[in-house]
Design a protein around this ligand. Structure first.
Ligand SMILES: [Zn+2]
Length: 291
């Protein structure tokens, strides 16, 4: 997609692809490219969504490999792509549900994070995620467990210079301030920590304190709201590539279409798009989207 012969920087900061039950990375990349997509971050799914076994480290490795391989295929189709690998909080929660002790879950989840760090050190992935806290209601001691893991993962990420994608409850500035506190204690590089699927209300506090808010384009009214805070965030589809749940989130090519519509109807200008999709992406990943 071009404006006066120039290509637009259309990018998706957080999406999943499922080569087992979904369309997979090649078709996803082709459709995104057709709408002008330039850059996409592919994030690990859940072990069981790929037919793998929760609580089994070989399955985790396989899931990370599938994520990395997906970015290779997406790159092949002319869309720049990087991988973020890690264990979703649902992964740990599932083990608790199956009767694992908290200690066993902590140990296993830490191994998953250490493995993700290995992928980053080897240059196969750029980040660890999505990790964090359950967005659903859980008892306080379970929140404590995930907070312990979260702080551990932030430390590991700092040590290997990894980006982090956080999956969190949507509790506005309370959520943002708890993350800012942790990031400050741990000392992660500014804007290397991304609050995935966050609410516009967190933008001021997060971006003002070196944490990058990622706004979902599929949630009605939220991008419009986010724009009021200025170009201090990135955008994401959070596509899950699951044909059984088509309406859950939007696909990356719909994100691209929406960005173009907002540009053409004047809701945002080119400078705004440039800031969220080139400058902010570069701040997080050090990648030149238009390069
Ligand atoms: Zn996600």
């Amino acid at each position: 997609m071009t404006v006066q012969g120039r290509e637009l920087p259309l990018c998706d900061n957080h999406a999943h692809t499922n080569p087992i039950i979904g369309m997979g990375p090649r078709e996803l990349a082709r459709r995104f490219r057709r709408e002008g997509g330039r850059f996409i971050v592919i994030v690990a799914l859940l072990t069981w969504s790929l037919g793998l076994t929760p609580g089994d480290l070989n399955s985790v490795r396989r899931m990370y490999d599938i994520t990395v391989e997906s970015t290779r295929i997406v790159n092949e189709e002319g869309v720049r792509s990087v991988a973020v690998v890690g264990l979703h909080p649902a992964e740990g929660y599932e083990l608790l549900r199956r009767g694992w002790s908290k200690e066993e879950v902590l140990n296993f989840m830490r191994k998953g994070i250490d493995l993700a760090a290995e992928y980053v050190r080897e240059g196969r992935a750029v980040g660890i995620g999505e990790i964090g806290r359950p967005h659903w209601d859980v008892p306080g001691d379970i929140i404590d467990l995930f907070n312990e893991l979260l702080e551990y993962a932030l430390g590991v990420a700092r040590d290997v210079n990894a980006v982090v994608h956080l999956h969190l409850e949507r509790n506005g500035i309370n959520t943002a301030s708890s993350i800012i506190g942790m990031v400050r204690r741990v000392g992660n590089r500014p804007y290397s920590v991304v609050m995935h699927h966050t609410e516009p209300i967190t933008i001021d506090m997060a971006s003002g304190n070196g944490v990058m808010p990622s706004i979902p384009m599929g949630r009605r009214g939220e991008f419009e709201e986010a724009v009021k805070y200025g170009p201090r965030f990135v955008v994401e589809s959070d596509f899950i590539d699951d044909p059984k749940r088509p309406g859950a989130v939007i696909p990356p090519w719909t994100l691209a279409k929406k960005l173009k519509t907002y540009l053409f109807n004047g809701f945002i200008n080119e400078e705004f798009l440039q800031t969220i999709c080139v400058d902010n992406i570069n701040r997080v990943y050090g990648v030149d989207v238009m390069g």
